[in-house]
Design a protein around this ligand. Structure first.
Ligand code: AMP
Length: 313
């Protein structure tokens, strides 16, 4: 079952308190595509400029990634620069250059249109809406966004939220969008917009899953001893989440059970944790399903506790 993604493909410059790397492969769709292609075929829709290094395309061609929807246009590739704070959970954006994304309109190739799983990665909400208008056979749609669009394109973002099944937001974004201090109360407001699930990303602290059916699940994160670069962890989370769902059978009503959604959140956390171990998609290049399975097992061990207890007094 193939997965359709639209989002940014970029050249990033990243500064951490320990190092600086320039013009490395970045972009929300790049992280998602590479992560999800560990599980299944990914159909990528994005745009790059004529300066985009061909080696990245060659790498994706060797994965199960379809590039027919990747437009290559004369001009500059999207560029983004950021500096991380000491905690590596927070960062400042230093520069954003849209380049060929200015004037971009996603075109979904005919062969992508039967994709059952859709990820609307971080990009202008109007473009995310253009994608929704072109696909009619999607079983589960997942949306990601960022502070920039909450602040500058709120009405358009609201329209997109009303049309998707699952929303991924960081804790801070939930507060910004809903204007509520309590995350649980903010999530209630979001679920009332018609979403099936909201996943609240908590950086190095894991993720929370809230369902319209009352589901609440707190997924732990893997305790990494060294974080090299957390850029793209959220997009890789989405890659693990939808990647996992692409390899399991939904129920007869075409819905995924809550059990599978919870497993998908754990896969998301795991793939997101691996991304932080290197710059760009470096760690994803060598990642195997065995590595994921090992970390899945160890997350189970560290978060499972005995439900039976009783006082000895
Ligand atoms: P994450 O760390 O998951 O939030 O994703 C970071 C990625 O998002 C970087 O690789 C950036 O290239 C990309 N990005 C940053 N700003 C934007 C933007 N305004 N639109 C689309 N993608 C962006």
């Amino acid at each position: 079952m193939s997965i359709l993604v639209v989002g940014s493909v970029a050249l990033d410059t990243v500064e951490t308190p320990f190092a600086r790397v320039e013009e490395i492969l970045g972009g929300a769709a790049s992280y998602f595509t590479t992560a999800a292609s560990l599980y299944n075929q990914v159909n990528l829709v994005a745009i790059v400029g004529s300066d985009f290094p061909r080696e990245h395309l060659d790498f994706w061609r060797r994965c199960p990634v379809k590039l027919e929807g990747l437009q290559i246009k004369e001009g500059r590739t999207f560029r983004w620069a950021a500096r991380y704070h000491m905690d590596m959970n927070t960062r400042d954006t230093l520069d954003t250059q849209l380049g060929v994304y200015e004037g971009f309109h996603p075109i979904i190739p005919e062969e992508y249109r039967s994709s059952k799983l859709l990820f609307l990665a971080n990009i202008q909400p109007e473009l995310q809406m253009e994608v929704l208008e072109q696909v009619h056979d999607v079983r589960l749609s997942v949306l990601d966004t960022m502070e920039l669009w909450i602040m500058t394109a709120r009405p358009q973002l609201t329209e997109v939220i009303k049309r998707v099944d699952v929303l991924l937001m960081s804790e801070e974004e939930v507060r910004q969008y809903t204007n509520r201090v309590s995350v649980a109360s903010g999530v209630r407001q979001l679920l009332d917009m018609g979403l099936q699930y909201v996943v609240v990303k908590q950086g190095s602290y894991g993720a929370l899953l809230f369902g319209a059916d009352g589901t609440y699940f707190s997924a732990p994160t893997y305790p990494l001893e060294e974080v090299i670069d957390p850029t793209g962890a959220g997009d890789a989370f989405a890659g693990g989440f939808l990647g996992y769902l692409s390899i399991v059978e939904p129920g007869p009503d075409d819905y995924y059970s809550v059990k599978e959604i919870k497993r998908a959140v754990v896969h998301g956390n795991i793939v997101g944790s691996f991304v932080c171990e290197d710059y760009s998609i470096g760690r994803l290049r060598t990642l195997t399903m065995d590595d994921i399975a090992k970390r899945y097992r160890s997350l189970f061990e560290c978060s499972h506790f005995d439900p039976d207890w009783r006082s000895w007094r």
